[in-house]
Design a binder for this molecule. Structure first.
Ligand SMILES: NC(=O)c1ccc[n+]([C@@H]2O[C@H](COP(=O)([O-])OP(=O)(O)OC[C@H]3O[C@@H](n4cnc5c(N)ncnc54)[C@H](OP(=O)(O)O)[C@@H]3O)[C@@H](O)[C@H]2O)c1
Length: 295
């Protein structure tokens, strides 16, 4: 197999981990890898190993033809503008159009679980991007519906551990989260697989846990008590606004809890293991591995 493999957004945390898995877990020669990014200067370590690092910005479509030239398969990593619902779908649409123009045969996209008709305010970007793939002239594509990263906890954990209280409006719903590095491994595996077709996989962790169950594991690892406090959705939004978040951003964050309350991230699938051949890390194992960072 001699496909040239391209990863967009390669300077992001997921993108870097995908390149690392291509090089080390899957032993793909660096000469077969193209890393595109808005920040080529941040990928000098990969460039030194022989990865082709190219500048690409979905907001500057004129950069994409040269950046995508010569690639056979592309991992399209979703962008990060969460405060402008709809904008990411436009960015991804430009990337898909440029992939078609460049003659890329297969595009893999990082989506979310159950993006259609979701109460999550960022879901339309993913649903529209999946639709753009279905509407495209690409000969093949793979949608990887990523469950939420364990790592998302790093944003809220300092406050939770400091106050001993974890406010939520998820009504006790469970969430089958997964380590970001596992998602990177799965994406690298699909990218390098040479597989065609038009398929959707949902990549969950090994178990669905409620916040009470997660809090128990976090407390055991840190020695700090955590009380999960259910509040009404509006109360959660007001709390975030009071802490300084603009209301539209607070509404986006709070909509994650509505999504969880509706059971939309509770499904445990076997797709990760089917793709990679290994089990995903457990939440408890991940906490043990990273708990020094919680201090
Ligand atoms: N499942 C989850 O729990 C979860 C959590 C957070 C985020 N996400 C999604 O997954 C993506 C990757 O996660 P991450 O942890 O790697 O996030 P991150 O470190 O914040 O990376 C942001 C990503 O967006 C790319 N990007 C932003 N603007 C772009 C543009 N104009 N053109 C091309 N690429 C652009 C960045 O590429 P460069 O910097 O290399 O240009 C980078 O890959 C995020 O962007 C977001 O869509 C999912």
């Amino acid at each position: 197999m001699s496909d040239t493999l391209l990863v967009t957004g390669a300077a992001g945390q997921l993108g870097r981990a995908v390149i690392r898995h291509l090089l080390t877990t899957l032993n793909i020669p660096a000469a077969r890898i193209i890393a595109t990014t808005r920040k080529p200067e941040q990928l000098q370590d990969f460039a030194a190993q022989g990865v082709a690092v190219r500048a690409a910005d979905f907001d500057a479509p004129e950069t994409l033809a040269a950046a995508f030239a010569g690639a056979n398969r592309m991992l399209l990593i979703s962008t990060d503008k969460l405060d402008r619902p709809g904008y990411r779908a436009e960015q991804h649409g430009r990337a898909i159009a440029a992939a078609e123009q460049a003659g890329i045969g297969h595009v893999i996209y990082t989506s979310m679980p159950k993006p259609d008709n979701s109460p999550l305010l960022i879901s339309p970007d993913h649903a529209l991007t999946e639709q753009a793939l279905r509407d495209s002239r690409l000969s093949g594509w793979t949608v990887l519906r990523h469950h939420w990263y364990f790592e998302n906890l790093f944003a809220s954990l300092p406050h939770i551990l400091g106050s001993g209280r974890w406010f939520t409006a998820d009504e006790g719903g469970a969430s089958a989260d997964i380590a970001r590095d596992d998602l990177a491994r799965a994406a690298a595996t699909v990218l390098a697989s040479g597989g065609g077709g038009k398929t959707v996989h949902t990549l969950s962790g090994a178990q669905a846990l409620t916040k009470v169950e997660m809090a128990r594991i976090l407390s055991a690892a840190t020695g700090k008590p955590i009380e999960v406090v259910q509040v009404p959705l509006e109360g959660l939004i007001q709390g975030m606004v009071g802490a300084g978040l603009p209301r539209p951003v607070a509404e986006v964050f709070a909509s994650f809890d509505t999504n969880t309350a509706q059971g939309r991230v509770a499904e445990v699938t076997g797709d990760y293991q089917a793709i990679t051949g290994v089990a995903p890390q457990s939440f408890a194992g991940w906490v043990q591995a990273v708990k020094a960072a919680f201090a």
